[in-house]
Design a protein around this ligand. Structure first.
Ligand SMILES: [Zn+2]
Length: 181
């Protein structure tokens, strides 16, 4: 894999793939990174001792993310297609950054929503928060349990969102450094 020059960067790439695609994809990605040639889904399933269905699911997810590609040929004897997979290592970083930007954007929208609104709640966990307009529609009575709605202090939620945005911004910055190499 020409993008990755040392073990630390290899780990970073795997973490990024896991971040956007989930932990089960990590194993398959590790195996693909270490292959010099294309491999079949059956080879991966055998090597990792994972069900073929699971391997295929992971591979298609990597394919959706444009991190892996396949080539298929028809087996002349059985008539079935055989799929050969490889990792598109040159795409990994840019794909991951794109995903992380989308996550960051969602968090920022959520933050804006929290900052722009007043929220009301009855205080029960099983009920949900309402915005000021929603609460007004229900005359400040919880539509689920009938208790009075009180103003909800969302300072903590805002702080958590701000922290998450900061963290993901840091990750994006680190990943961009890798791309530039
Ligand atoms: Zn309630």
């Amino acid at each position: 894999m020409d993008l990755v020059v040392n073990e630390q960067e290899r780990q970073t790439l795997l973490d990024m793939v896991e971040d956007v695609a989930g932990p089960e994809i990590r194993k398959v990605t590790i195996l693909l990174i270490d292959q010099d040639e294309e491999v079949t889904d059956e080879f991966i399933a055998d090597e990792l001792n994972i069900k073929l269905d699971e391997v295929r699911k992971s591979l298609y997810k990597l394919h959706d993310l444009e991190i892996a590609s396949f080539r298929r040929i028809r087996d002349k004897n059985t008539g079935w297609y055989i799929y050969f997979w490889k990792l598109l290592t040159e795409n990994i970083n840019s794909v991951v950054i794109k995903k992380q930007r989308a996550i960051q954007w969602k968090l920022m929208e959520r933050l804006q929503h929290e900052k722009e609104n007043m929220f009301f709640t009855c205080g029960k966990k099983e009920c949900y928060r309402l915005t000021f307009n929603e609460a007004m529609e229900y005359d400040f009575i919880c539509p689920k349990c009938g208790e009075t709605l009180e103003e909800f202090d969302n300072t903590k939620i805002i702080k958590v969102l701000e922290l998450k945005i900061e963290q993901i911004a840091g990750k994006i910055q680190d990943n961009q450094k890798l791309v530039r190499k």
